[in-house]
Every structure is written in C-alpha cells, then in structure tokens.
Design a protein around this ligand. Structure first.
Ligand SMILES: [Zn+2]
Length: 895
C-alpha cells in the first residue's frame, strides 16, 4: 500500500473533524459502558465579541489533550463549550455600530437596542466558536451554551432571589467607582491605577472664631465644595486643642467641624485632611463613623451639581478645579501648590478618570460565602491547585480580602435585575414579572433598570450550563467537573467565585482540580496584547505549520511562561513529516501483514531489537500516562518526541529493515512487518491526544484497523483512533536487560558513524570494525549482534575480543563499560592529505576563536551587546575549544 509522499496537514484537517462530530464521537453518549467513570470539563466561556488568540489556543489545546486522553482511557467524557455575553464589551461594540449608522442608542430605546444586540450575535457574534473548530477541540457542540440563553437566565434569577431571601444581596448607598464616559459603575478590577505626575494643593480653611487657619492638602480641590469636616489624628499634638472646634469652609458659607480619626496619617500633607464623604471611599467610611453629611457636588457626567453653589453648578470637574484654585488665590487662602506623584484611577476600557460617587447599587455580601470556600480549602485542600505554589496562596489571600461586591451595572445588555418597585418604593424581588405582580398584589410595578455584572452569571457556569436549577441528568453525571484549566489571571476573578457559588447552590465545589496554564509572550518577552499589536494569530500559524505541529508546541508550554518562536513550531512540523515518512515506509512494506497487538507481547525468542522496542513502548506509555495525570504536559511531549523520533524511526526501523524488506515472502518477514505496524499503531495512539489529525489520517490506512481496536466502551462506534484504547504500560514488558544491551549496540554504532564522518570515509566504503571489551557480558552482546552491527555500519568485518588489538593508524572511540572500538584507517584514506585537511580546519578555527576573544575583550561590545549575544559568542568559543581538541587527537592517530 502507498500513501502520498508528502504530508498535507490541511487535507488531514479537512478529512476528520466533521466526521468525528457527526458520528457523535465528542458526545458522552458514545460511551456505552454503564460503569464508566466520568470526566467533565467546561470551557472558560470566551466573550461573544472575541476572536481566537494565542491564549485561547494554548488553553484549548491542553484541555483537548486531557479530554482526548481520558476518552481513550474509557471515561464518559463531556467537554462543554459556550460563550459569555460580555455585558459592557458587547454593548460598546453595538453602540459603536449604531453610531456609524448615525443612531444614538438612547433615541433607539432599550428594547430595540437589546433586539439589535441579539441580531448582532446571530449574524456576527461567536466568531470564536467557529475558529475553535480549527484547533481540533473535541467539544460537544450539541451542549453549547450562552450566558444569555433562557435557561441560564433562569438560573441567574433563581440565584439572585435566593441570595436576596438569605439576606446576602442588599441594596444600599455606597461610594462606587464611576466611569463618567461609560455611565456605569465599575468593579475594582475594571479600574486601572496609573502613576501620574500631578499637583498637591494646600488650602487654608479659616477658623470660625477668628483664631487662624487649618491647612489641608488635596489633589482634587474641586471636591472641597462637598467637604463636611476636617479630620486629624487624635494623637497629633499639633491639633489636639482644635478638635471639636469649627472651620468656615471657603466659597460655601458652611461651617464644618474638626474631628479626630485614627485613619488620618499625621505624616501626609499638613496632618489635617479634608473630608468629602460623597466623593472619596475613605472619607465615606469616616463620614459614617462621625455621622457627617454627604453632599454630592459632582454628578454622574463629572459635572458640578447645584449643591456645589451657583457659581460652579454645571461646570466640568476640571474647569471647577481651576476656578476653585483661582478663588482660593484671590482670597489669600492658597498656601502653596507642589508637584506630586500619585496613582490615578482610570476606566480600564475607555481610560476616563474614575469619579468616586455615592450611588444606590445592589451588593452581594461576601463574608459568609467566602468563609465556606476558605473552610473547604483548609479542611480538604479543595480545589487542588496545579502548580500548588504559588496559586493556592494567591487564591486564599484573595478570598480573605474579598469585600462586598457591587453587582449592579448601569447597562442595557445583560441580565436585568429581577427587582421591581411599587409606586411607594417598596422592593419586590421575584423570579419573573408574574411572580412580582403576585407578590406585590398589583401590576403597577417598575423593574430595576440595571443589569447584573457579567461575572454574576459566569460564576454559575459549571452548573447553570448543565441545566440548574432543574435536576438534570448532566448535573447528576458531570457535576462537579474534573478540572478547571485556565490562565492565572482568571483564577481569582472567576475561579474563586465559581467555588463560592458551587458550594452555596450545589453543596459541592465545581471542580476537583485547577490547572494554571502558562502564558505565551512575544519574542521579546512582552505579553501579547491588542493595543501593543504584538499578538500572533494562531490561525496563521495553523496555516503555515499545520494544526498538529502547533498543538504540540502549545501543549509543551504546560504551566510555564514562554517566548513565542516560529522555529519551535517548525521543528514540530518536521516531526509530523517524520511520522508520515515512517508510516509510509511501514505501509509500503505491509503486504501480508496486519495490525496485531498480540505481537507486542515479548517472548524470549524475539530478537534483541524487538524486545527492546516493546520495552521502550511500554516505558513510554507508562511515562506519558503519568505525565498526563500530573498535568506535566512538557514532559509528555518530550517523552513522545524522543520515543518516536529516536527509538522508533532512527533505530527500530533501521534494525528491522532487513527483515521487513526481504524480497521473499516468509513467516519471518510477515512477523517483522506485523510487529512494525503494530508498534506504529500504538505510537499513533499515544500521540493522538496531541496530534489528532495526522494520527487519524495514518491510522485509518493501517491494514487491519477496526472495531476490535476500540476501547470496550465504544465497541458500537465506527472505527476511529480517537476511540481506540490509550496504550497502558504493562510492567512485565519492560525489559531493562534488553534496554541495556540495545543501548550498548546503539552506542557502538553511533561512535563508529562519528568516526566515518570525522574521517570523511565514503558511506559506500566498507570498513573494518575492531571491538575490545574486557567485560564478558558486553562482549556477548556485541558478538550476538555482529550481523546488525555490520549491516548498519557497512562493515567489512566486525571482530570482538577482550582486548583491543588495532594498528596505530586507527580511529578510536571509548565505549560504555570500558570497551573500545577502533577503525584501522590504512587503505581507507590518504594520510597526508587528511592531515593537511584537518590542520587547515584547525587553523581556521584558531583564527575564528581569536576574533571572538577580541570581540569579548572589547569593553564596548561587552556593555552594549544584548546578553544573549554575549552568551552566544562564549558558547561558540567553547565549541571551538572542544572541536580543536578532537582534531588534535585525530591528527595524532594519523602520525
Ligand atoms: Zn469608561
């Protein structure tokens, strides 16, 4: 049988994904074993507005490797895909689209706007789920969910109502992060703190009794219009006598008290601070402690309110700042202005400076809920973090510091808060409008216009996506999920909240383990980002090198951070070609043979190379299985790569070639062919979770593949490698003796091949090979394998004795166990010519080394060149040193 000479990844990718999907291979129902253990995983739902980037490709690959592995091990496997409605991003995107059409969303109205968002989603949203299919991910698309689906919305309302009834959700006045541009409240995580050079203004407030001034320092002078006190530290001697007295607040005609509060840092500014409860979170807390008024002087558009006084009302906050400072100067109350470096809070999305505002919002109390999660971690170490350090600690300290969560957002796109108000202002929280009417006894209700923070629905994902609050079969079978796999940035925000909600509503954690994937950086070690335009499009890499090669690279990242380099993907593409060529050789010599796993049971009568490859195969299966169970992805990739490339292609195929390619049909030839095909078939299965396409493409062409190779749980299914049993190691087939013997032969052959190339002996020229082995066991190994040694080395003779007896003009090498090998050179090469050639090379190297040494000695180079470059030069000098020593020895042998 013959297959195309060249491997075409695109063809293989096209051939299989749809077939797998239509045959139901991705759905758990394909598994007919009633007692099969479950493996389930839910995808971190990407934003409906998103498109595939390297971070997704990385995480999806590792999720798919584990899922395919578990499926081949017979687990009832369910990988649930889906998308997040991404409240603010989606609203911004559609708003922008409307703007291009000249439509303002407020003119359009909420209902029409929401319709428009759904239309957008249907037509152009979810690009990412289409792109994901390219990755070969074995997700069950029939279970795909969207956080705004009707059933998931039901779950959101159910959770809201129950938390409200338990007193965990409340409505209150709080100081919040407000974006005047987006007109919405933001969570602390949506706010960036950016260091900025600004000014610190020292303002004098005169005492009411005419006895001097108190100076306060502020970066936001306009807020003084809303001051309701000045605070000092109770231990600060400078102000002790003033506590309880009053100050006349300039520009307002109001008198404000001086209060004592431990919070005040005597070292900051003058030691006295202005207190603006309505516009600063710390002042808000202080205001509560001292029962101070909250005077709102800045409105949601960052303009001054009526309460700021008629002179200021309507002014933008920065205009008001200038005006306040001017007025203070006129009044002689501006003590000084100094340069000041401080952090300014900006909206993560639109970069507008945040205005802290008092506002009525919905909050979720976190204290009791997070205590449950902390208790679970302390008592049963769940979830289990991989790597445990530092992530377990990161997770627990995040939980410890969790404050009440502002869950309402002033958006139109999202889950509208299931709270209604009566004309009298009574609050009715209900699962539906009808339930609200029934509860209120009237249909004269207005629903709260706000929506819930997007994270409110995504924290329910592991159970809402499986149909909660209904008691579904999926929840029964697949909750808790087996593992959460995500980048480190998500474990805090999303992971911890899923644990909290899982415990509260399912009574169990949502996943047993959390695997934190590494990050792919650009070639310079920078994080890839849209704004920096340094991202690499995974789809382009797929096109260039094939999906399988890219997946192998991505899987090998594991939990470390790496810099991206196309070179590494290229080397995995070469690996794919190597696999193809090896399979092609086996198939071209497969007449009369058929896959038979039975031939992989070792028997004493088998040749050394057969016992050896069976042992290597079983060791590889053992090591890869362990690596996958421990999420050691890098280890797994390296083990497979080494086995397939070195052991299987470079050695086994060479060692078995003579038998496999024998012209005459014979039982021996058939047995060799069958064994080669069967090792190949096992190797393809081992590789399948990483390289699904090429392995399936080749597997389908192997003679004798069929249902009998499938895992017993899938015996009803059409034959496919993805449902074949994942090779398990059998301890009895690991043969350390055979591995030691074969390694001795490999070592010998490698050394003599080096001699051949070193001495430039033509490959076709037969050479004598003399071996001296004082160790009896080694001697026996060499003697037993003289035929293989002679064939692979094109040796005219192979002689084995206990002491090496070779002419002086021989090339020599030391072997394992004190053995030695020599190749007499007389008649093979022209000594004089060879000596000259080698001396020339020596001279050239000496010149190069001198040049490099001079470069290193140049202080300008040492200081300015990048560290990698300097390292490269050093490494080259070391190489030259080694090579020169080698040449020295070779020339010596020619004397
Ligand atoms: Zn904003």
């Amino acid at each position: 049988m013959e297959i195309p000479k060249q491997y075409d990844p695109k063809q293989a990718e096209k051939n299989h994904y749809e077939r797998w999907e239509t045959q139901g291979c991705f759905a758990p129902e394909i598994n007919h074993d009633q007692n099969a253990p479950a493996f389930s995983i839910v995808i971190p739902p990407p934003n409906v507005t998103g498109s595939l980037h390297m971070g997704h490709a990385l995480q999806h690959t590792m999720m798919d490797v584990i899922t395919r592995y578990k499926r081949m091990c017979g687990y009832r496997t369910m990988w649930l895909p889906g998308m997040d409605h991404a409240g603010i991003s989606t609203q911004l995107m559609v708003t922008r689209e409307l703007k291009k059409e000249g439509i303002n969303r407020f003119e359009l109205g909420r209902e029409k706007f929401v319709e428009r968002v759904w239309k957008w989603k249907k037509e152009s949203g979810g690009q990412i789920t289409r792109q994901m299919r390219r990755e070969g991910v074995s997700v069950d698309s029939s279970r795909e969910k969207y956080t705004m689906d009707e059933d998931l919305s039901l779950a959101v309302r159910e959770v809201f109502v129950r938390l409200y009834e338990d007193g965990m959700i409340y409505r209150g006045n709080r100081i919040v992060n407000w974006c005047p541009n987006d007109q919405t409240v933001l969570s602390d995580l949506e706010v960036e703190k950016i260091p900025q050079a600004g000014k610190l203004y020292y303002l004098r407030y005169p005492a009411t009794n005419g006895g001097g001034n108190v100076t306060v320092a502020t970066t936001r002078p306009e807020t003084m219009l809303g001051d309701t006190a000045v605070a000092v530290n109770p231990g600060d001697e400078r102000f002790r006598s003033l506590i309880g007295s009053k100050l006349s607040l300039p520009l307002t005609g109001r008198d404000i008290p001086i209060v004592a509060d431990e919070f005040v840092d005597p070292e900051f500014g003058t030691g006295a601070v202005k207190v603006t409860p309505a516009h600063d979170p710390n002042d808000y807390e202080m205001g509560v402690r001292h029962q101070l008024d909250q005077i709102v002087v800045i409105d949601p558009h960052a303009k001054m309110t009526e309460a700021a006084g008629s002179e200021f009302a309507g002014l933008d906050r920065y205009k008001a700042r200038t005006k306040v400072v001017e007025k203070f100067e006129e009044l002689g109350l501006l003590e000084k202005v100094v340069d000041y470096e401080f952090s300014i809070s900006k909206c993560e999305r639109c970069k507008t400076v945040i205005e802290p505002l008092i506002s009525t919002q919905w909050f979720l109390r976190m204290d009791e809920l997070r205590d449950e999660a902390l208790k679970l971690l302390a008592t049963s170490k769940k979830p289990q973090f991989v790597p445990e350090i530092p992530y377990e600690k990161v997770y627990s300290s995040w939980l410890e510091n969790l404050r009440d969560w502002t869950i309402s957002r002033q958006l139109w796109w999202g889950h509208q808060i299931p709270a209604w108000y009566t004309a009298e202002g009574e609050v009715i929280v209900a699962r539906s409008e009808a339930e609200a009417h029934a509860k209120a006894g009237t249909d004269q209700l207005t629903q709260d216009p706000d929506v819930l923070d997007t994270w409110f629905s995504s924290q329910l994902w592991p159970f809402s996506a499986m149909g909660w609050p209904e008691k579904t079969k999926d929840l029964d079978a697949f909750y808790p999920t087996s593992v959460l796999m995500a980048g480190r940035y998500i474990i805090l925000l999303w992971g911890s909240r899923m644990v909290i909600m899982g415990l509260k509503f399912m009574g169990r954690e949502p996943f047993d383990e959390v695997f934190i994937t590494g990050t792919i950086l650009d070639a310079h070690g920078q994080r890839m980002s849209k704004t920096k335009m340094n991202g690499i499009d995974p789809l382009e890499v797929f096109d260039k090198y094939g999906v399988d090669a890219t997946r192998l690279k991505l899987a090998s990242v594991g939990s470390t951070d790496i810099r991206w380099s196309d070179k590494q993907v290229e080397s995995y593409r070469n690996f794919a070609n190597k696999i193809w060529n090896a399979a092609r050789f086996a198939l071209m010599n497969s007449e009369g043979a058929t896959i038979d796993p039975e031939t992989l049971n070792a028997a004493p009568e088998l040749a050394l190379h057969d016992r050896w490859i069976i042992s290597r195969l079983n060791k590889t299966a053992r090591d890869v299985g362990k690596a996958l169970r421990d999420y050691e992805f890098h280890e797994a990739v390296q083990t497979l790569y080494h086995f397939f490339w070195d052991d299987f292609c470079d050695w086994y195929i060479e060692l078995t070639k003579a038998d496999v390619t024998a012209e005459e049909a014979s039982p021996q030839r058939t047995a060799a062919r069958t064994r080669l095909l069967s090792v190949l078939e096992q190797a393809l299965r081992l590789l399948h979770p990483f390289m699904p396409y090429i392995t399936e493409e080749l597997w389908q062409q192997l003679p004798g593949v069929g249902k009998q190779l499938l895992h017993p749980a899938y015996r009803e299914a059409e034959p496919t490698i993805m449902l074949a049993t994942y090779p398990e190691s059998r301890a009895g087939l690991i043969d350390e003796g055979a591995e030691w013997e074969m390694q001795a032969v490999i070592d010998l052959i490698t050394r003599v091949r080096n001699i051949r190339s070193e001495m430039q002996i033509k490959p076709s020229e037969p050479i004598p090979v003399l071996i001296g082995a004082p160790d009896e066991r080694l001697r026996a190994v060499y003697s037993a394998n003289t035929n293989q040694i002679a064939r692979l080395l094109r040796a005219s003779e192979v002689s084995v004795s206990d002491q090496l007896d070779a002419p002086r003009a021989s090339a020599r090498a030391v072997l394992v166990g004190g053995a030695e090998v020599a190749v007499p050179l007389a008649g093979l090469i022209d000594f004089a010519q060879e000596k000259q050639r080698l001396s020339k090379e020596q001279e050239k190297l000496a010149a190069e080394a001198a040049k490099l040494e001079a470069q290193l000695a140049n202080p300008q180079f040492a200081e300015r060149a990048p560290a990698e470059k300097v390292e490269e030069v050093r490494a080259r000098i070391a190489d030259i040193g080694q090579r020169t020593a080698q040449l020295e020895q070779t020339i010596g042998n020619l004397e």
